[in-house]
Design a protein. Sequence first.
Length: 203
Amino acid sequence: MKIKKNLERGFTLVELMIVVAIVGVLAALAIYGVRKYIANSKTAEAKNSLGQISKDASSAFAREGMDPALLAAGTTTAVVNRLCLTGNPVPAAMASVQGRKYQSSPVEWTTGQPTTGPNNENEGFACLKFSMAEPQYYQYNYVSTATLAGVAVGTTFTASAQGDLNGDGVVFGLYELEGEVRDVGGQVELFTSPNFTETNPLD
């Protein structure tokens, strides 16, 4: 008789509360994991794009250029390597990518800095021949210490991707990749960072 009563007994309130608490903890952990996974998938855009910009900078540097000035008869001009000049960020305002995606226009990737003259083909993303057709989570920028006069040892560039994935407008995530022109045994070469600098990557 006693065994039968025990079998018919239901769960106590304490037991039910423990089960609910365990389910709540598991749900919270699951939500955190999913959010982190989604944020990591978004940062892949910045890493892939900066890697491509770095390759494009190396390709642009490898292209041989010459002084655009007219030559006098019987004279020559040296063949030089050039680093792309500073360009405009895309999009122009960070507000465009704060907690949202931005669809850029093709013209944004071909517009150079007006302060460096009309040679937009030497400037920013137009020189790098880099652009994005898909909506983007990050603002991309390319800053260089190069000038139209040519490349000197110590000339640098910094490619960056800045975003605000959670849209709080306070803390921005930043990825940077750098390059520098160095003299290696009398040969001028462009060296790039082997990895990204990450600041608040999931913000």
